[in-house]
Design a protein around this ligand. Structure first.
Ligand SMILES: Nc1ncnc2c1ncn2[C@@H]1O[C@H](COP(=O)(O)OP(=O)(O)OP(=O)(O)O)[C@@H](O)[C@H]1O
Length: 301
């Protein structure tokens, strides 16, 4: 488990991470989602002892990363896949990691197989790797010590859809075996595909957190009336039941579950053409709303 408690990091007068608290639970894949510059990398760098917090703390299975004698055996870290030594082959990079952690050389081939890099690819210099291959190699470096916890900054960056599915299955298996995974992304879709729990950060502050299912449910219901002129009537009925609605794409998005929206429409005598959970579209809308005030695009608007 990773526990982040009231973490703050200031650079001069600028607060990059502002009183952030969350946990990444054992057996779960936790997605850390936020627009560029939200504070994800800073938080993760603090986790693994590369940046000192101004205040607050992070513990990984109850301890400070800096106290770990051989941290690679406890926490697998990928912070920047493009920061690998370009002149070395993938195999050499893993061999150095294995040696540093005091692991048998046989781990190199095992780990290469685990991340789907072929013998041929492992023999190429990293400067000739695609971004996706670098990500696989970075994940291999994180996994080689067989840790219980993974901290991965933008690990899906550069992966094609099949690569993202592969990563989902790998991380799912890791979590199912009792591991803890925290991964960051600025892309909602990646997190939606891969994570069980989601922590959303904007301008250094946590703006939402919960299980993916909860956040999807919180994204509400999409409803369209059979007769478009009845939409206002339905909106009024929903408002009377204290349900907030937003016009969307020829219909309404209501902050309530489909059952309540359906019952309200029935009571108001409004026939419906469509009634469903807003699902991914709703989560995307929520992400844009939550981060609109904090993202550059929002500031420009
Ligand atoms: N060493 C530093 N000195 C000054 N400001 C910094 C430093 N490191 C980070 N920042 C600032 O802190 C903020 C958060 O940066 P961070 O890299 O944590 O964001 P991020 O969420 O990882 O973004 P991205 O998705 O773009 O990587 C940014 O405004 C960044 O410019």
């Amino acid at each position: 488990m990773i526990s982040v408690e009231h973490l703050t990091r200031q650079y001069g007068r600028f607060t990059a991470v502002d009183n952030v608290s969350f946990t990444a639970a054992t057996g779960r894949v936790t997605g850390f989602l936020g627009p560029n510059g939200a504070g994800k990398s800073t938080t993760m760098r603090i986790m693994v002892g590369l940046t000192r917090p101004t205040s607050g703390r992070v513990t990984i299975t109850g301890r400070d990363y800096r106290e770990m004698v051989n941290p690679g055996l406890e926490v697998g870290v990928l912070l920047d896949a493009s920061a690998q030594h370009a002149g070395r082959t993938g195999r050499e990079i893993l061999a150095v990691a294995a040696q540093t952690m005091g692991l048998p050389r046989s781990r190199v081939a095992e780990t290469l197989a685990r991340v789907g890099l072929t013998e041929d690819e492992a023999g190429r210099r990293v400067r000739n790797y695609s971004l996706g291959m670098r990500q696989r190699l970075g994940i291999a470096t994180a996994l080689i010590g067989d840790p219980q916890v993974l901290v991965l900054d933008e690990p899906a960056n550069g992966l094609d859809p099949a690569g993202i599915r592969w990563m989902r299955d790998l991380l799912r298996g890791f979590a199912d075996d009792g591991g803890t995974v925290l991964l960051s992304s600025h892309l909602l879709h990646e997190i939606e595909v891969i994570a069980d729990d989601i922590v959303v950060i904007g301008q250094g502050r946590i703006v939402a957190q919960g299980s993916k299912a909860e956040l999807l449910a919180a994204a509400g219901t999409l409803v369209r009336t059979a007769d478009p002129s009845q939409q206002d009537r339905l909106a009024r009925a929903l408002h009377e039941s204290a349900v907030v609605t937003t016009p969307i794409d020829g219909g309404l998005r209501a902050d309530a579950d489909p059952e309540l929206v359906g019952e309200t429409a029935h009571r108001a005598g409004v026939a419906l053409r469509e009634l469903r959970a807003a699902d991914g579209a709703g989560l995307e809308e929520m992400f844009l709303e939550l981060t609109a005030q904090t993202s550059r695009e929002g500031a420009a608007a």
